[in-house]
Design a protein around this ligand. Sequence first.
Ligand code: SAM
Length: 327
Amino acid sequence: PKSRVKYTPEGDAHFSEDFVQKVADHYSARTNQTLEEREASPIIHLKKLNNWIKSVLVQLYARRGDAVLDLACGKGGDLIKWDKAKIGYYVGIDIAEGSIEDCRTRYNGDADHHQRRKKFSFPARLICGDCYEVRLDKVLADDAPFDICSCQFALHYSWSTEARARRALANVSALLRPGGTFIGTMPDANVIIKKLREAEELVFGNSVYWIRFDEDYSEKKFKSSSPYGIKYKFHLEDAVDCPEWIVPFNIFKSLAEEYDLELVFVKNAHEFVHEYLKKPEYIDLMRRLGALGDGNQDQSTLSPDEWEVAYLYLAFVLKKRGQPDRM
Ligand code: SAM
């Protein structure tokens, strides 16, 4: 298949490394916010909506006692979600040293203004590393297999080269048990490319985000050349400002199949919200997270510009082929 072809020209490895460092530095430098700073964020409702989407994914797939691998776990913003699901073990990995430090602090429960809560009920291992470069099956030989692998708002950082995209999926596949689940969120390339076409320029956005493609980007090149390494700069107020890569979902799907990961579903975030916000338990959850005004069953607390940013993302679920060895 086409995706087996190695497109990356010699020398691109170092080129890619620079960008990997840029991404790591960007996230590492982002310090923890106080509760007041967080609530004052221009994208606070978007953040809450994204937390809701991740919580729904966790509630749909996590079962009591599960071993969870959180790739690109960041500052551990999902620890509480996993705790509520009563998981049995957690491994979190992130390339940004500063984020893993924050994650450790959050897990240990000290000096964290966000939470005055009891300790997490599951043991955890938190590691600083590059999930898309390192052979994690070696690092985590004693921790595997996992029931669930989660990669939230981060898998697109693996699409700078084919080798990294393959490493990401090989890691997930090697560490999941047969029948295990891979859940995630990442930018929706279809939406981004559609917006790029409509923009007639290489830059587009609104009051809270902008996306800028490189000068040498062209539609012709996009269609004919490698589906890896299609870089753009993403800026989201109070959240992101770094290079990212387009993940054409059809290529992602067939590459994942090569690693025995079969698509269960993929949904744009808007579709995801419309589908799951019909269910009373998820309406309640949305309200508890503060992403829904009282009595409203739509996205009304998000500003239109935040709602447009939500549209840039999708949620996916993949399943590792094979028979589950436990019910
Ligand atoms: N998953 C977390 C969440 O949902 O809150 C963090 C999401 S944040 C948008 C993206 C994260 O990906 C950052 O913490 C960043 O350091 C991490 N990341 C980017 N490239 C990575 C890599 N190669 N290996 C591990 N983590 C990476």
